[in-house]
Design a protein. Sequence first.
Lengths: 272, 335
Amino acid sequence: MMPPLLRLQDGSFCYRDKDIFSGLNLTMNRGEVLCVLGGNGCGKTTLLKCLNGSLRLRMGHVYLKGKYIHSMSSVEIARRMGFVFQEHSPPFPFSVIEVVQMGRAPHLHLFASPSHRDRAIAEKVLEMVGMLHLRKKPYTQISGGERQLVLIARTLAQEPEVILLDEPTSHLDFKNQTLVLRMVNKLAQNGLGVLMTSHLPDHALLFSSRVALMKNGRFLSVGRPEEVMTEESLKETYGIQVNLATVIDPGNGKALKLVIPAREPVEVPEAH
Amino acid sequence: MSLSKKKLLILMISPICFFLISLFLGRYAIPPLTVIQVLIAKIIPTPHTWPKTVEAIIINVRIPRALLAMVIGAGLSVSGASFQGIFSNPLVSPDILGVSAAAGFGAALAILFSQSGLVTQMSAFGFGILGVTITYLISRVYRTTPTLMLVLAGVIIAALFGALTSATKYLADPDAKLPAITFWLMGSLASSSWKDVLRACPPIGAGMAGLLMLRWRINLLSMGDEEARSLGVRTEALKGSIIICCTLVTAAAVCVSGVIGWIGLIVPHIARMLVGPNHKVLLPASMAAGACYLLLIDDIARTATATEIPLGIITAVVGAPFFAYLLRKTKGGWK
């Protein structure tokens, strides 16, 4: 049997003596969108950094296609796994195509710079995310949503099999959130494994095939969103009362769950 | 040919033009035709119709001085552009890690105890490297060198060596040594010889070659350490190599010319306005622009008034208003 694309086994991490997370288990396969849900500061970002090998787990192991991640060089990892960071403001107004070509770095010799072939690949992935028309624009002058799609294109230029996205929709408006999440789904349909973090439960219900609910550095449950995301488990994850509503998606006639937060405070015992 | 390629070509040719023009300029008036004749006579034997002094001035004074100005201008500018890239900050100059302050102290110390130009140069070079090494060691935490730590450690080292230089000046004999130290610290190419050219070129050339080879990767570092790492870059090794190259260039430049500020800060901005921020093009463009810029400044230094004006003064007088203009134009955003 093929090993899973990405596997986290009994992962724990702490800064100094502060536990960030412990005892986490996770597997991800091709074609999956796995969404890690949880409030701010629950350890989602640290988890992603451990998964791509930039931080070392205190205990446990990360395997990429069955291979122990710390036995791989940073170039080997970068050829298989891309990382889309939370939005940042770059210091120099590189053009969009220059930014996307940076994704070719793991395939280039130390002293080389991108060739015509690398430029062609960059243009292809830009077209795929629908941003080719911006290729000559300064990266600093495009909108937040466009920038997020350009960063996704840059990770695609790495030609990875796994993409990790850290809060890809934070700071984006409603339309751009949708565009980015649609793109995330499309990547999974193309056979990539996608792992993203979010603090919005609807993102998991609408756009992911599996979800991990995270609270205080632990997974409460991992599984298919419609099975795992119940009023109880969400209440525990977020510490507030929520209601799940089932609606019919007018787009395809299928039943769909959505999360509605309680508008009046309800006493919830703090879960541990 | 695209517009950007044309610009780059013009930039690459202009140092040669500036170099030839510089040979015509000088306090000792030599008719332009004679300059050309002297130059031709070096290649094709022709009858000498000019005094020996004229030839000596052109061959042994003007040419090495112009060459040195070009090499140092190019070196400081390319280091400035590289540092601005790896620190993701356009306000950084090549002496951010304390190389100039430390080299200045090395020179002052040597002048205090010795007469020899060679000893002064060696001491400046050695202390320059030492200063940056200490900065690097201070900033190294958790096996990484965060940018902010590097900059702050650089401030500490610059302050420390600045104080030591003051102490040296305080102890120096005010009639002979003190003026020598002061002049050295203001930067000058007045006493340039072929020996200086031969001493400065190997380290500056080696450093520049290293930077040029790694130049595309500076783009990756400018996006931040974490992002660069996710693209498979070994950030610590790359950053370290670039710091070594820049330090080699800057220390070698400072040790023959004294402290010349502002060039490494301003020229990369000019180059960025001309060719854009991609370091693949920006570094060669900065080199060419820097060579022209320091030649021009040095031509002013040696011809504007009856006595030489120290270079550091002109670069600041020209540079500060220009930087103010840039600041106003970009409204501090540099975008």
